[in-house]
Design a protein around this ligand. Structure first.
Ligand code: HDE
Length: 727
């Protein structure tokens, strides 16, 4: 990490990181160093002379009870596992820092949001929701996006997702939702998948989930990488200023690489070829010096403004459209350091929605209110002791001082005889901090009302924003949503559940419903179903939409909203992408070097994929083989020149398959010199010419792979049809 970061806070970033790092870190023995920590000991520090054999009565006799070294080692091993998270079990984390670029001092006293240029250490954990710890990264699912800021005023966690809304409005339904989506309890099938009866049974009986459902069937649910997805705080929060005035706020993380996805066929194949795809990409990228970067965005609005909208900002199934309140970018999150130890950091981190700092407060969103109970509770069962905040990854950098004592695994050695307040024996320290001097004080919201179990009337429109989302999609995005619903609902075995889902879809969009109905073998009710599996004629649909009225559209009177489409307005960069260079002995070394340099300059990474590992030409070393990797793991394929290299590749079915798969997923394919022969002279070339024609943007380019790579998103979306034929 850089040593010269500007700081306006009393502790330097390095100090705070050092505090986080702490003396609990042991020595990295893989560096093969000598010194303290290199002698093998047991947990009590006794040096061990033989770690190969247990203590026996005679070389062939029974093991002795007194073998404390054996018993301690096995005892520790037996207890190495802790319960996985009940949701978000599979995750990957990274360290970094947050830097504020625009002060929000007009709205809040929180120093992390007012001190421009100050850098706050962060730890971020990304996750899928439904799958177990060992499941695949690329399942269709919501992604957790949990950010911990280690501020000088205590830990602040934004425990968000990559989708800005949620399935349910009230936390009391969370166990039902999660029981329905997890593997079915009688046979524990399917793993990390929502395409099954219990999920759609629950969803079809829960209309408030329809908006979220549209997002989950969009390409947002199969991100290309963690660095190419947005993050959202989801709930409305409050910022509170020095006078105690509150402003509502929604938090956003906007990726500097833009929002990009896989396609479903790729996502499924990657799950087998490399289940660690997302965590590996993040790890490799950070190791290669390419940090993951987002801007922090805020939507700020007053209670009075919110009262004017036809949706409730306390309802977590609703967004505040960016057209109504633009997102202001106020800071930058940079993840530039991989954890040292997965368990100690990524597994033991315990996020909590209740980790707030003075100047930030909750709203009355009933989902948020319920979460405020759950996160503290779950840490106790997962981490096993009320002292879990003492674990290095959970320990704040702000000094902790209170009269809480004892409990399992207490680390702190509290001094003195006073553990109560008020006291005179300890000078009544630590003392309360009045709100005026920075102590946390809740926003004094006026609340009154009868004690009821009821939903507000303002939470009752479940389709308006689902429609808004659908209407805001481009034709290709609509097609992907349609295909995803066709796929998942066709796996539901109970016809009644499928029919209930179709009835909901009809309320969102008739054409969508009709196309899904066809795939389910049901009679479509909408008129425009000319292209099974395709999308509606957009002119006709636009006209119908313009005429559509709904008593409560929950859309702020918008038909389309900004910022929802992934195809519109996103940067398309080579940065963060990965290219496969197919090569064999005799490859054009200069061409490969030039390409690698160009990719490096553009912030992209490359693998040389050969028939075997090792040197293929001077300075060209294959680090992957055609057998141990796969085209689904890359964003583009490049075929360099070199006659003998190409002769070898043309004779290999795996090489043909590599190019064909890349083409099927509409990836850029570049070739130079003899490299073009694999495309033109082979069966692949014949197919490509027949299907794409020379003028199609997805046709093999022949040159300039880096430029083509930057087009990857557009091409991938646009050429789906042609690519399907190749499949
Ligand atoms: Fe969570 N959620 N959640 N959740 N959630 C957990 O806490 C819960 C919800 C989210 O990387 C658990 O420490 C309830 C919304 C993330 O460690 C648990 C409700 C959003 C993570 C829990 C929700 C989230 C969790 C499990 C309904 C997006 C992973 C382990 C009221 C805004 C954090 C843990 C990490 C984890 C409860 C709904 C995000 C059980 C009761 C909405 C990113 O406490």
């Amino acid at each position: 990490m850089s040593q010269n970061r500007k700081l306006s806070t009393p502790l330097s970033l390095d100090d705070t990181l050092a505090r986080l790092d702490d003396q609990t870190k042991d020595q990295d023995l893989s560096a093969n160093v000598a010194g303290p920590g290199t002698r093998l000991t047991d947990n009590m520090g006794h040096p061990i002379s033989d770690d190969q054999n247990s203590l026996r009565a005679g070389a062939r006799g029974p093991t002795l009870m007194e073998d404390f070294l054996f018993r301690e080692k096995i005892h520790h091993f037996d207890h190495e596992r802790i319960p996985e998270r009940v949701v978000h079990a599979r995750g990957a984390g990274a360290h970094g820092y947050f830097e504020l670029t625009k002060s929000l001092s007009q709205y809040t006293t929180a120093r992390v949001l007012t001190e421009v240029g100050a850098q706050t250490p962060v730890f971020v954990r990304f996750s899928t929701v439904a799958g177990s710890r060992g499941s695949a990264d690329t399942a269709r699912d919501v992604r957790g996006f949990a950010v911990r800021f280690y501020t000088q005023e205590g830990n602040w966690d934004i425990v968000g997702n990559n989708i800005p809304v949620f399935f349910i409005q009230d936390a009391i339904k969370f166990p039902d939702l999660i029981h329905s989506v997890k593997p079915e309890p009688h046979h524990e099938i399917p793993q990390a998948a929502s395409a099954h009866d219990t999920f759609y049974d629950f969803i079809s009986l829960t209309p408030e989930s329809m908006h979220m459902l549209m997002w989950v069937h969009s390409d947002r649910a199969i991100p290309r990488s963690f660095a190419m997805m947005e993050g959202f705080g989801v709930h409305t929060f409050r910022l509170v200023d020095a006078r105690g005035q509150a402003t509502f706020v929604k938090f956003h993380w906007k990726p500097t690489l833009g929002v990009h996805s896989l396609v479903w066929d790729e996502a499924q194949k990657i799950a087998g070829k490399d289940p660690d795809f997302h965590r590996r990409s993040m790890w490799e990228s950070i190791e290669a010096g390419h940090p993951y970067v987002w801007d922090l965005g805020v939507q700020l609005f007053t209670e009075a403004q919110a009262e004017g909208w036809d949706f409730d900002v306390l309802d977590p199934t609703k967004i505040v459209p960016e057209d109504l309140v633009p997102v202001q970018r106020v800071g930058r999150l940079t993840l530039d350091r991989n954890p040292d130890n997965y368990f100690a950091e990524t597994e033991q981190v315990g996020f909590m929605t209740t980790n707030l700092v003075p100047g930030i407060d909750f709203s009355d969103d009933p989902l948020l209110q319920g979460r405020n109970f759950s996160y503290l509770d779950t840490q106790l069962s997962r981490l096993g002791s009320p002292n879990w905040p003492e674990l290095p990854i959970n320990r704040p950098v702000a000094r902790v001082a209170n009269h809480q004592r004892d409990g399992h695994m207490r680390q702190t050695i509290n001094r003195g005889r006073v553990s109560y307040e008020p006291n005179t024996l300890g000078g009544n320290k630590p003392a309360e901090v009045p709100a005026a001097r920075g102590g946390f004080a809740s926003f004094p919201e006026r609340v009154s009302g009868p004690k009821v179990r009821a939903r507000a009337q303002s939470f009752s429109d479940h389709y308006g924003q689902a429609r808004l989302f659908w209407n805001s999609m481009t034709p290709v995005e609509k097609e992907h949503i349609t295909r995803s619903l066709q796929f998942e609902l066709s796996k539901v075995e109970t016809r009644d559940i499928r029919l209930r889902m179709l009835a909901h879809l009809e309320k969102i969009n008739e054409v969508l419903a009709a196309q899904v109905a066809r795939a389910l073998g049901e009679r479509p009710t909408a008129p425009n179903t000319a292209r099974p599996g395709g999308t509606a004629d957009s002119a006709a649909e636009t006209a119908r939409l313009a005429a559509a009225t709904s008593p409560t559209t929950a859309s702020g009177k918008l038909q389309r909203a900004k910022g929802l489409s992934m195809e519109e307005g996103q940067p398309r960069l080579a940065k963060g992408r990965k290219v496969a260079i197919l090569a064999a002995e005799g490859v054009d070394a200069a061409g490969v070097q030039a390409l690698r340099q160009a990719l490096k300059d553009a912030g992209a990474m490359a693998d040389v994929v050969g028939p075997h590992l090792g040197t293929l030409a001077e300075g060209v070393v294959a680090n992957k083989t055609l057998a141990n990797t796969d085209p689904v793991l890359y964003d583009a394929v490049f075929l360099p020149g070199g006659a003998s290299s190409l002769r070898t590749l043309i004779g290999m079915g795996d090489a043909h398959n590599f190019v064909a798969q890349a083409y099927k997923h509409a990836k850029p394919i570049g070739a130079l010199g003899e490299g073009t022969e694999l495309l033109t002279a082979s069966e692949i070339g014949r197919l490509l010419r027949a299907i794409a024609g020379p003028a199609t943007s997805a046709a093999p380019a022949g040159t300039e792979p880096v430029q083509n790579l930057s087009e990857v998103g557009r091409v991938r979306l646009a050429s789906g049809e042609a690519a399907q034929k190749l499949a």
